[in-house]
Design a protein around this ligand. Structure first.
Ligand SMILES: [Zn+2]
Length: 313
């Protein structure tokens, strides 16, 4: 009897052990697999979040690209914008000229013009103009070649870009300036020298077009050919201008007093086109005072433009 109960005791213990093991395994696997599922879910969530943030980055990159493209388009349109602004600016100067000419405005305009450059001394002239924030007009010629006439060791062609950079007008004073060497031999010789200088300005500046011409020596130097040359210029779309005031630096000028006297006696209009030469030391010396004098006397100093009433066409 005691043996039997021992046996059932052992069976009972074995059953308990089996039950406990099964329970243990059950609990273990419950936690283990649950954790695995949880981890997997977490991982899935992570992947979803990562994908979303990658999509967001891509989206913001796309937006950046659009902004950059717009900026690039804007930049490419800059030339046109500057051209439009220039047109607007010149059109308001033209309106002012009209008002002055018709007596509706008592304002005055002076166009400072410098002939025969570029010279090395032109840098000095440009610096003075910059100091007063004055824009002028440079009637250029190629008679002196690439090296500066007044400083052979320096190149003067870079000045063409300098004129533009500093906001001045480049005008055409013919390629050869050859008053005594055939410029006025025929209409063709004159027009050729104008076209050649126009081409030169274009090359030196990367495309600047000037349609304003000044006859070397003034239009009267063309003599009998003057009217035919004017007709030919007109046909080619050029305008031309002489001057109505000067300090006399194109001739015999040896003192500042003489320059002032020439200048003051020639200034008597409400719109003045003043002739200077950018090589002349006296002109360079008195230029700051000339600017101050003109401004004190009510003149607005401006660069010439094709549409101006002062340009014959
Ligand atoms: Zn000249």
């Amino acid at each position: 009897m005691a043996r039997k109960s021992k046996k059932s005791e052992i069976i009972f213990i074995i059953v308990i052990v089996i039950l406990l093991t099964a329970l243990g395994l059950g609990i273990f696997s419950y936690f283990y697999f649950d954790k695995k599922i949880e981890e997997k879910e977490k991982n899935n969530k992570k992947i979803i979040t990562e994908t979303q943030s990658k999509e967001e980055i891509l989206k913001s990159k796309e937006e950046e690209m659009i902004i950059l493209q717009n900026e690039l388009d804007e930049y490419n349109n800059l030339d046109k914008k500057i051209e439009d602004l220039k047109k607007e600016y010149y059109s308001s100067i033209k309106d002012l000229e009209d008002a002055i000419i018709s007596g509706k405005s008592n304002k005055k305009i002076a166009y400072l013009t410098f002939d025969d450059g570029p010279y090395y001394n032109t840098y000095k002239v440009l610096d003075i103009l910059d100091k007063y924030n004055v824009k002028a007009t440079f009637f250029t010629t190629s008679i002196n070649g690439e090296n500066c006439y007044d400083k052979k060791s320096e190149k003067c062609y870079p000045l063409y870009k300098e004129y533009i950079k500093r906001g001045h007008t480049i005008a055409n004073h013919t390629y050869t300036h050859g008053i005594w060497s055939g410029l006025y031999k025929s209409v063709d010789s004159f027009i050729n020298a104008v076209s050649k200088q126009e081409e030169h300005v274009k090359n030196m500046t990367g495309g600047y077009i000037t349609r304003i011409v000044r006859f070397p020596g003034g239009s009267s130097t063309a003599g009998k050919l003057k009217n035919s040359i004017i007709e030919a210029l007109k046909k080619k779309g050029y305008g031309w201008v002489d001057w109505n005031a000067q300090d006399g630096d194109g001739g015999d000028l040896s003192t500042k007093e003489q320059a002032w006297s020439n200048l003051k006696s020639s200034i008597n209009e409400n719109i003045e086109v003043i002739l200077f030469h950018d090589y002349h030391p006296i002109t360079t010396e008195i230029l700051p005072e000339v600017i101050e004098y003109l401004q004190k006397n009510g003149y607005i100093l401006l660069p010439l433009f094709y549409e101006s009433n002062m340009i014959n066409k």
